[in-house]
Design a protein around this ligand. Structure first.
Ligand code: IPE
Ligand code: IPE
Ligand code: MG
Length: 238
């Protein structure tokens, strides 16, 4: 397909998976796989912005990932601390605005501050929006939204008869963000792992065996190419 007729999806959501397997293959500790994964993420934020995506959402840590060993969770937290600071520079160099989805209240206070700083210091950027999903779970997000909506109804800020899909969406962490057009999962697993359950009602899925640390611009191009070859017939249309 020539690049002129190719459509770049406005919003790509990624499940970055396979860091552990990448490390195992290399015979190095899992934490090294996560570090390599963070390096790939830095590069991909830049690539996605250059390609002209409007939104790039990445699943970095799920509500289920706390169940991993203390050692692994600790290593991931330290990587967040280090890479959040680097992301600010990459975002500002590329006019990228950073948003966070998920329940940040479970993180250590310095990580919460780091997230707030990342969002605050990139707020004015007008290019791509990079959405980081950390301590994110689709079910958790829906439950938190429902609780907030119930509170607003009970306290008279919302009339229950007004509730529709649009109103409900506005209570989700992704309020104001369009639904993903394309979801890419690396590492080959054919499941959603609690990612963007509400938002991906009509998203096209692309799964690659490529492990996240090996992901690059060419792999992203391949996914976009596959997306372009799909016939998007949805919403009851034939
Ligand atoms: C994805 O890589 C990163 C996180 C979930 C934090 P994994 O750590 O899940 O890697 P695999 O699936 O074990 O290879
Ligand atoms: C999905 O990867 C979640 C993230 C990338 C944060 P996991 O490795 O945690 O998912 P499962 O356990 O294979 O479903
Ligand atoms: Mg995994």
């Amino acid at each position: 397909m020539d690049s002129e007729s190719r459509q770049i999806p406005a919003h790509i959501a990624v499940i970055l998976d396979g860091n552990g397997r990448w490390a195992k293959r290399k015979g190095v500790p899992r934490a090294m796989g996560h570090k390599a994964g963070c390096e790939t993420l830095e590069k991909m934020v830049e690539e996605a912005a250059r390609m002209g995506l409007s939104y790039f959402t990445v699943y970095g840590f799920s509500t289920e990932n706390w169940k991993r060993s203390e050692e692994e969770v600790g290593a991931l937290m330290n990587l967040f601390r280090y890479y959040m600071v680097r992301i600010i520079k990459i975002a500002n160099d590329n006019n990228v605005r950073v948003l966070m989805i998920g329940d940040k209240s479970r993180f250590a206070p310095d990580i919460i501050e780091g997230i707030d700083r990342m969002v605050e210091s990139t707020r004015q950027n007008t290019g791509m929006t990079f959405v980081v999903a950390v301590n994110y779970g689709g079910r958790d997000e829906i439950v938190r939204a429902a609780k907030k909506l119930v509170r607003d109804c009970a306290e008279g800020r919302m009339d229950p008869s007004r509730i529709d899909e649009g109103i409900f969406s506005s209570y989700l962490d992704t309020a104001g963000i369009p639904d993903p057009d394309l979801m890419i999962r690396t590492g080959g697993e054919l499941r959603l792992s609690n990612y963007l359950l509400w938002q991906m009602a009509y998203t096209e899925f692309y799964v690659t065996d490529c492990l996240w640390p090996d992901f690059n611009r060419q792999e992203l191009e391949k996914a976009i190419e596959a997306y372009n070859l799909r016939e998007r017939r949805f919403g009851g249309r034939k």
